[in-house]
Design a protein around this ligand. Structure first.
Ligand SMILES: O=c1nc[nH]c2c1ncn2[C@H]1C[C@H](O)[C@@H](COP(=O)(O)OP(=O)(O)OP(=O)(O)O)O1
Ligand SMILES: [Mg+2]
Length: 201
């Protein structure tokens, strides 16, 4: 099956995470597509009942596409810690609790890890869904290791404890535009561009 390609001039960005929205808008900017954020449209945050990054990305993109009657792009991502058998993984947002307290979530990781293997990777599943239910999905990744205590105040989520392979700075210390260009989201986005978009950049 060949992939369905995006044709249109508007899409909904089905994420309520300001950090992700900023990064994905940067990646989409060269395409000249009008991007409407789900929060600005007053769309609900669906419950993430899937058991994989792709399943959760598809559920979020589909909900937004149906509610807005426009193509919608979603992101489901998380931190996979090797010494914790993959936790927090798809539960990365949930470890921060309803208050979205990532200081707490990063402490939890340090506590549970207790000296075990601190290599880790981030995964980002991106899904593009249409109002008729069709979707195209990809998964990107970046490998690295964790640093404790957390370093840097830039970025969002688990950025202060993640040092990507080949760099000395944590994502929390790195220039945010540089981080956005090399991370798991950028990796997934390159695949999505190839699959579904006519590149103008
Ligand atoms: O580049 C990243 N740098 C740091 N932390 C990150 C990153 N990428 C994902 N993460 C962590 C935090 C985030 O909260 C969770 C994703 O959870 P996830 O459900 O996909 O997103 P979310 O609930 O924050 O927003 P939404 O579902 O509306 O897109 O993984
Ligand atoms: Mg979420």
């Amino acid at each position: 099956m060949t992939a369905r390609r995006f044709s249109g001039d508007r899409l909904v960005l089905a994420s309520h995470n300001a950090g992700k929205v900023r990064e994905i808008k940067l990646l989409l900017a060269p395409l000249g597509i009008k991007v409407l954020a789900a929060g600005d449209l007053g769309l609900d945050e669906p419950e993430e009942t899937g058991t994989s990054f792709i399943a959760n990305a598809e559920l979020k993109a589909l909900a937004a596409a149906k509610a807005s009657d426009l193509p919608a792009l979603s992101d489901d991502s998380g931190l996979v810690v090797h010494g914790l058998l993959g936790a927090p993984g798809i539960y990365s947002a949930r470890w921060a609790g309803p208050e979205k307290d990532f200081g707490h979530a990063m402490n939890l990781i340090a506590e549970k890890l207790d000296g075990a293997d601190s290599t880790a990777h981030f995964i980002c599943a991106l899904s593009l869904a249409w109002p008729d239910g069709h979707r195209e999905s990809v998964e990107g990744r970046i490998d690295g290791h964790l640093c404790f205590p957390p370093r840097g105040t830039r970025g969002f989520g688990y950025d202060p404890i993640f040092v990507p392979d080949g760099y000395d700075l944590s994502f929390g210390e790195m220039d945010p535009d540089h981080k956005a260009a090399i991370n798991h989201r950028a990796d997934a986005f390159r695949q999505m561009l190839e699959r579904c978009f006519d590149r103008s950049a």
